[in-house]
Write a protein that binds this ligand. Structure first.
Ligand code: HEC
Ligand code: HEC
Length: 362
């Protein structure tokens, strides 16, 4: 590949190495996009924080958003498959919510567009929080401090305790769980010494020989699109309880014979288009060193395993994305790529202490 094709200009790395597209890497802006109908206020963010940590948003009071997206685990969950509502096992790995405010697609299959829309789903999901919305509203109404907080967060409304407002508050809180002070951001903003020699080699491979930038691009290192990479099944997916959950999701999606499908086929479960079989959203790579294991099913324990996977040209599946080819990386190059991925880690990852939750009215 010709070196001249990749340039750094005004803090943006642009490459034309992959055809007609100008693929770019940029520093993450200080503020994520904020929807016009949900402006950020101090009061809303504070309410959202309480709701995020409150397990009474689950049927049996056991499970909060933080159970599966934990501040201790860089806002993800460092286990192969996500925790689940008691008595169940999840069939997917829990992604981090850190910087998810910058993404235009939520979930591994992109089935939600906004954080507001996303937050509604786990609350009613029988294997996540398993709470009826009406029951949630009644619970929130029976807590004096929440009545007060909803009033302050939504001062113009007569009856502010609604599902819409609860998820607006949660989404506002999530929009504060962001960071953009990684060595890579500093490098893009002009500090040429922010990356070591090894990390710079990794960046060069990322945008060139290894071709990662074809899918992991933009400020959040995702094209916000879907690709078939052929990630192998993780053993945990075959456990009976995980299979039950997957079958349930398939049933709900209208598949007549869930047992005929033996693995997570990602976006296909949503679109039923055979072209989408095994297609998943390109995840962000920011802070990826903090959020193992990797992929929709936690199939890879380490970044080294991820790099070996790409070095082979991805998995062995039909319809695999054409961008994936064997890379012939040397050991030194593999290490440099991993070093670059680690340089995407923020210096100050936001941490929020679980608040002391208010009791129900006496
Ligand atoms: C029982 C575990 C569990 C609970 C509780 C839970 N989540 Fe999740 N969350 C997951 C899993 C697993 C996924 C990925 C599922 C998928 O893609 O189908 C996910 C996906 C997400 C995403 C999308 C991130 C991305 O990069 O695509 C966001 C945002 C999110 N959850 C926020 C929340 C919020 C807010 C709550 C509380 C209202 C919550 N979650 C409750 C397990 C959980
Ligand atoms: C064809 C598009 C494409 C290319 C090229 C690509 N990726 Fe990915 N990447 C994806 C998709 C899609 C996923 C999620 C796959 C899944 O979960 O099944 C992913 C997942 C990952 C993950 C796991 C992230 C997490 O949080 O679980 C890492 C790390 C990663 N890619 C790094 C790289 C590196 C390094 C390269 C270059 C060697 C690369 N990718 C090239 C599309 C791509």
């Amino acid at each position: 590949m010709k070196k001249a094709l990749t340039v750094v200009l005004a803090g943006i790395i642009t490459t034309q190495a992959f055809g007609e597209h100008h693929l770019k890497l940029k520093p993450l802006p200080n503020k994520p996009p904020i929807p016009a109908d949900n402006p950020m206020t101090k009061e809303k963010i504070e309410l959202g924080k309480f709701l995020y940590f409150d397990p009474r948003l689950s049927g049996d009071g056991s499970t909060s958003c933080a159970t599966c997206h934990s501040p201790e685990d860089a806002w993800g969950k460092n286990q192969i498959l996500s925790p689940a509502y008691p008595g169940n096992e999840h069939f997917r790995h829990s992604p981090t919510i850190l910087n998810s405010a910058y993404n235009s697609l939520q979930f591994w299959d992109g089935r939600a567009k906004s954080l507001e829309e996303q937050a509604k789903k786990p609350i009613v999901s029988p294997f996540e929080m398993n709470l009826h919305y009406d029951l949630m509203i009644e619970r929130l109404k029976a807590i004096a401090m929440y009545r007060e907080m909803f009033k302050k967060a939504f001062p113009d409304e007569q009856n502010p305790i609604t599902l819409e407002n609860a998820v607006k508050a949660i989404a506002s809180f999530e929009r504060t769980i962001v960071c953009n002070d990684s060595p890579f951001d500093k490098y893009l903003r002009g500090d040429k010494n922010a990356l070591t020699k090894k990390e710079k080699l990794g960046l060069k491979l990322f945008t060139g020989k290894a071709g990662c930038i074809q899918c992991h691009n933009g400020a959040n290192l995702t094209d916000n699109k879907f690709h078939i990479t052929g990630v192998p099944k993780s053993k945990a997916e075959d456990r009976t309880l995980a299979r039950i959950t997957r079958n349930f999701v398939l049933k709900q999606a209208g598949f007549k014979n869930p047992d005929s499908i033996d693995r997570d086929l990602g976006r296909y479960f949503l679109t039923k288009d055979p072209k989408d079989k095994g297609s998943f959203k390109t995840p962000t790579l920011r802070n990826v060193a903090l959020t193992p294991p990797y992929m929709h099913n936690g199939a890879f324990k380490t970044l080294k395993e991820v790099i070996e996977f790409y070095n082979k040209g991805g998995g062995n599946v039909p319809n695999k994305d054409k961008a994936l080819k064997p890379l012939n990386l040397t050991e030194k190059e593999k290490k440099a790529l991993i070093a670059f991925l680690k340089a995407l880690t923020c210096e100050n990852v936001p941490y929020v202490e679980e608040p002391e939750l208010p009791d129900y009215d006496k």
